[in-house]
Write a protein that binds this ligand. Structure first.
Ligand SMILES: *Cc1c(COP(=O)(O)O)cnc(C)c1O
Length: 419
């Protein structure tokens, strides 16, 4: 085939056609983390359908899904109980002049499930929730400084976006940084805030892109709680990514540390657009005083989806299932890496794993691994933590490991080419 002919036949895939059309009418073809330039070679940009732990792209290729929509899918795509609740609520009304009974029921569900929570409020996106937490903490204390871990992701608004394009220094004027899990740097940031400390904002565990994942140490969690108390500030846990996957009561519950305010989103409505802030009584008045709202924050359908999601999560110990499946994946990956003589590092809680290759500063191995595994039907990510869902079973993990074997083979070939 001539070069031009191969370009043409490539361009005839539905995905490539959509990319070309998008490039004409959507800046850059796609925004944010889903921009095609950030994907490994061969990854589809556009999807046609999803069911359980499988997604299907617009060219009809099906993959065992280890991204779960980048977090929102907890029970599996189109979970029957959640979708039944969605249909029932949609038949009555979604976007009305105010919320429905379901909002009060859902707030009651959160208060019953989450030990630190005396109340709950609802939004749409994770960044709505993290921003609301910060606003509430400032309103409660009358103070301004917010401590955040360097490199932690809290959303894509100007105060927290990982990019600086279009962002002013004033947008971030009152942020101070510390290193996650580093008590000395946390205390230094607390000192720098002086008597102006409003909040310490911290993700449930360290899940920054392209570096090993880290669970919080007990010492770090206790120090964060202590510093917030000593400064009359709020301890805010950003559960947007980890929420419901590690512990449905809150990810730090096992460490014996409870936040004052907590931001939730992603998994809470199993793929439907919803976020939540939960808080303790000490922050109730401030939460009532701030003006936070959105045109779609009262939508009842996503709330009905969340009620069903929480009900299922309570019934079938979702974190334990994800943990078991994540361990199967981890052990299988370790065995495959060993067999191919390739050194990998696996980090994070098994429910949200990350696999990095040793001696891979430019992620060439990671991307080659993912591209080959994708061709054999498993959708992994080379740099971002992945996600298990309740729909993954042992047979799916086995099938994904078969695909991963092709990935390791192609990494071995890279090494052979170089050596
Ligand atoms: C995704 C994410 C957010 C932002 O959520 P959006 O719904 O994208 O606004 C905030 N914090 C963490 C930890 C996240 O993973």
């Amino acid at each position: 085939m001539t070069k031009q002919a191969s370009v043409l036949s490539e361009a005839r895939t539905a995905d490539a056609t959509l990319r070309a059309r998008a490039a004409g009418v959507v800046p850059g073809g796609m925004w944010g983390h889903l921009n095609a330039a950030r994907l490994p070679e061969g990854y589809p940009q556009f999807f046609a359908s999803a069911e359980g732990c499988r997604v299907r792209d617009v060219d009809g290729r099906e993959y065992i899904d280890f991204m779960c929509s980048w977090g929102p899918v907890l029970l599996g795509h189109r979970h029957p109980e959640v979708e039944a609740a969605v249909r029932a609520q949609a038949a009555l009304g979604d976007c009305m002049n105010g919320p429905g009974e379901v909002m009060v029921e859902l707030a009651e569900d959160f208060v019953a499930m989450v030990p630190h929570a005396d109340w709950a409020m609802f939004q749409k996106n994770g960044a709505d929730a993290t921003t609301s937490c910060v606003t509430i903490a400032r309103a409660a204390s009358g103070k301004r400084k917010v401590l955040v871990a360097r490199g932690s992701y809290h959303g894509a608004l100007p105060w927290c976006s990982p990019s600086v394009a279009g962002v002013t220094t004033e947008d971030r004027a009152h942020l101070l940084h510390f290193e996650y899990n580093d008590v000395t740097s946390l205390r230094a940031a607390v000192d720098a805030a002086g008597d102006d400390l409003a909040a310490i904002l911290v993700t449930a565990f360290r899940h920054d892109m392209a570096r090993d994942l880290e669970l919080p140490t007990a010492e770090f969690a206790a120090a964060a709680r202590e510093a917030a108390d000593a400064g009359g500030a709020a301890l805010i846990i950003d559960e947007v990514r980890a929420g419901l996957r590690l512990d449905i009561r809150g990810s730090w519950e096992g460490l014996g540390v409870r936040p004052d305010l907590c931001a939730w989103s992603k998994a809470i409505a199993n793929g439907h657009a919803l976020a939540a802030v939960t808080g303790s009584d000490a922050f109730r008045d401030a939460a009532a005083k701030v003006f936070v709202t959105g045109s779609f924050w009262c939508g009842t359908v996503a709330m009905a989806a969340a009620r069903a999601t929480l009900r299922v999560a309570r019934e079938i110990d979702v974190p334990a299932h994800l943990h078991a499946m994540g361990l199967l994946l981890r052990e299988g990956m370790a065995a495959l890496a060993d067999r191919h003589g390739i050194a990998i590092r696996q980090s994070g809680p098994p429910q949200m794993p990350l696999i990095l290759f040793e001696d891979d500063p430019d992620f060439r191995k990671g991307r080659a691994f993912c591209s080959a595994a994708l061709r054999h039907g498993a959708f992994f990510h080379p740099q971002h933590n992945m996600f298990l869902s309740a729909a993954h079973g042992p047979a799916d993990i086995d099938a994904a490991l078969d695909a991963a074997a092709h990935g390791f083979r192609s990494v071995a070939e890279l090494g052979a080419l170089r050596g």
